[in-house]
Design a binder for this molecule. Sequence first.
Ligand code: CFN
Length: 483
Amino acid sequence: TPKYTPATPEMVDEVLSAYPDRAKKMRAKHITVKTEGCASCSVKSNSKTVPGLMTARGCAYAGAKGVVFGPVKDMVHISHGPVGCGYYSWGNRRNLAEGELGVNNFVPFQFTSDFSENDIVYGGDKKLEQICREVKELFPTVKGISVMSECPVGLIGDDIESVSKKMSKELDLPIVPVRCEGFRGISQSLGHHIANDAVRDHLLGKKEREEEVGPYDVSLIGDYNIGGDAWASIKILEEMGLRVRNVWTGDSTIEMLQTAHQVKLNLIHCYRSMNYICKHMEETYGIPHMEFNFFGPTKIKQSIRAIAAHFDDYIKEKGEAVIAKYEPMMQAVIDKYRPRLEGKKVMLYVGGLRPRHVIGAYEDLGMEVVGTGYEFAHKDDYDRTMPMMGDNTVIYDDVTAYELEEFVNRMKPDLIGSGVKEKYVFEKMGYPFRQMHSWDYSGPYHAYDGFPIFARDMDIALSSPTWGLAKAPWKKETVKEVR
Ligand code: CFN
């Protein structure tokens, strides 16, 4: 096995020395090695990628359509613009949804206005009207429509707001215009914000549930049910005695978006994508929110107690009972896998939450995260990340393909967790890899149901005999520069 080498500032310097001076200076601000004490340990984030550097980021449309609106199952989400954005965002996030296809579940479908040159020249508003009518005609049980703008819609100045208003009246259906043209902002992060604002302006509070708000009514915010994550999380919350009224937005419905002002507490898992609406609900409706983390038994236990602390003794006792019920099962998982995984070093690079949220789950298995970073996190995310990382670890923001590859080449971790753009590069280099966006066709990884699967998957990746058959580049006689 290759020898792990901890990160040093010199290593980062060496990697960045391949860049021209200006690019090197810019990128240096986004990367830091955490050293002992580390008072000045921070990175620049949420700034524009320098053109020419190979980023893994997505766009505003990805954040709004793919992340926030897409999983709302009883709405039809129109990818409004040329066909590519819809096609390439179709079905690969693995946000699972239950229901009858074409009746109350449209998640596996893809709706696009398929702009052609004609629509760019003459505008697509008439076409959008027609699509709305067709949606209602083909799927009379649809509960709402979202119009997700792609770049050209904004560039040519189409008025999707007035079309949505007009068609909403004509069809007696909520129709939400979402101005998430890909070029807005610098990453998918602004798409989250735009989508949060659209929910705020067009859906939240627009409907009242008749049933009174119960003392234990909560919403699960920022769980997109990737591989069944939200189902696993709901299970814990309900066993604690809480009533999960809404999930935003995994396996969720338009009613869950409209009536979410009728709960006692918002529980937020993905802070990055949903903090905006939680702050809004706190200010407008006085609903407090709290962040929690359901990755790995240590964090789950802490989270159950922190959640229960918002309620009375009844919930606190039930919370403790849940912990007592599941801890032995989790200990059995740890007993099985920890001896195989102990001491293994992991490098991560994911979107806006998981690069810090999964650290505890690895630690439960005796593994250490020695490098991590986000595609599109903000300062508040890095502030939450730094204390979780050990000394001589590297933190990288919007890391480029070249940089990550070179850090891996130098540090030689045992496992890499990142996205599909990274997966095959590292697998070809002979590195065990897990796709940490879609859970690599597996999951759930959240909650007590998820941890045994997480542990098994990490072990499968690390223990596969395949890696012994691949010749890693640094083992070859002539090491080629990969530039
Ligand atoms: S499911 Fe979430 S948990 S919503 Fe967000 S910040 Fe993406 S799609 Mo990919 S896996 Fe990733 Fe997070 Fe929140 Fe997913 S770390 S990048 S935009 N994300």
